[in-house]
Design a protein around this ligand. Structure first.
Ligand code: PSV
Ligand code: MN
Length: 388
């Protein structure tokens, strides 16, 4: 069994980043269900994120999505976040919600559209300079629907060109994080469909370009922990977008569909030293709470990542190595399963008490009255949403 105090120490430093868009209205392409009390602007999203951190103690930053979180004064937003006990984190670019991008953004055959998309990426870097963000996360919806629609190779050239221009524009303390997605919205080819494509572009760009693994962006049955292990070994794992999927890009609560997979992923991160307090891996959530209340949904998500992390840290690495080297297949598997089967709830309760928190964050939030307060206060105005 791993050293208990050491496990607690590592968990005290855990940092899970929340997505601002998880607090706004969301849905599917069939229906967005509005929820009462939802934030009406980025400030209210930050306030809600602050609640998640207040009760979990391990979610001290919020990722922003531009233009969903566009404000006139990012210095003011940053100061407000500080008051709410959180920091502004990763900046997510959005080049997928404009009519001009029907045939793609940075890979569009039209140079004027490509220019417009690149200007948005530059704008995001300007935002980062004001928010103090380290990471620019890029996800491109670019791709084609029909064979022959466009040249696959030419689109890769256009992509490489835009990525290079963006990378060159970043400050030396900033990183470019390239996310991939198997399919959707394009169905025949996506221009960044998989980790290999993202990795190859990042390799070309340089040290500060890394891959984002969104756990929902793979074909069913994909061994995500293999991808994670490979990228960690290559020093190219920049961040996670955690969520759960049953079928496609479902964006459900992380660990809800397959907590064992989450454990296996975090075991790979743990054995590569990626959970150390000085880790440069960003552990983000990328979720939408379409039918469940959003703040408790985020609290549950954070707790799920925390529980899987605790189990990953409990793996007896020494015993595992001995069994692996002896070719003891069942012994090695048993070491892993022992950790996974451990009930970590008492350990996490102890961790929270040590941090001055209620051992039950869900119950503490429910008792706080915040949900009733925002319901009463947020009655007028336009609710925030992802605008799909
Ligand atoms: C795309 O499906 C994605 O995973 C990207 O990370 C976007 O920025 C995010 O979802 C928006 O919801
Ligand atoms: Mn994502």
């Amino acid at each position: 069994m791993a050293d208990y105090d050491e496990v607690i120490r590592v968990l005290q430093h855990q940092h899970i980043e929340l997505p601002s868009w998880a607090f706004g209205n969301s849905g599917t392409r069939f229906k967005v269900f509005a929820q009462p009390g939802v934030p009406r602007d980025p400030f209210e999203k930050i306030a809600d994120a602050g609640q998640v951190h207040k009760y979990t103690g391990v979610a001290p930053s919020v990722a922003l999505h531009i233009p969903w979180d566009k404000v006139d004064d990012y210095g003011k937003l940053r100061a407000y976040a500080d008051e709410q006990g959180v920091a502004l984190g990763t900046i997510n670019a959005n080049v997928f919600q404009d009519d001009d991008y029907k045939l793609g953004s940075v890979t569009n055959p039209d140079p004027q559209v490509r220019r417009k998309a690149l200007d948005h990426l530059f704008e995001c870097i300007d935002v980062m300079d004001e928010t103090g963000s380290r990471d620019l996360k890029l996800w491109f919806s670019d791709g084609t629907n029909y064979p022959g629609q466009d040249s696959i190779r030419a689109r890769q050239d256009r992509l490489a060109e835009a990525l290079q221009a963006t990378y060159d524009r970043l400050g030396t303390h900033q990183r470019l994080i390239l996310e991939y997605k198997l399919f959707e919205p394009a169905f025949y080819t996506m221009d960044v469909p998989d980790w290999g494509t993202s990795y190859a572009h990042c390799l070309q760009l340089g040290e500060r370009a890394k891959v984002c693994v969104d756990t929902g962006h793979h074909a069913p049955g994909t061994n995500i922990e293999f991808i994670v292990a490979f990228l960690l070994r290559a020093g190219k794992l920049g961040s996670f977008d955690f969520n759960s999927r049953f079928y496609a890009d479902d964006d459900l609560i992380v660990g809800a569909a397959d907590p064992f997979q989450l454990f296996r992923i975090l075991h790979e991160v743990s054995t590569a030293g990626g959970l150390a307090p000085d880790t440069d891996i960003a552990f983000m959530l990328d979720q939408c709470h379409n039918i469940e209340p959003k703040i408790p949904g985020q609290i549950r998500s954070v707790m799920n990542v925390q529980a899987a992390t605790a189990k990953a840290l409990l793996v007896d690495i020494q015993a595992l190595t001995v069994a692996q080297q002896a070719g003891d297949v069942l012994g090695a598997n048993a070491v892993l399963m022992d950790a996974y089967d451990t009930d970590v709830r008492p350990l996490l309760a102890e961790l929270r008490r040590g941090q001055g928190l209620d051992p039950n964050p869900m119950a503490a939030y429910a008792r706080s009255g915040y949900a009733e307060q925002i319901l009463a206060e947020r009655v007028d105005g336009q609710q925030a949403g992802w605008g799909a």
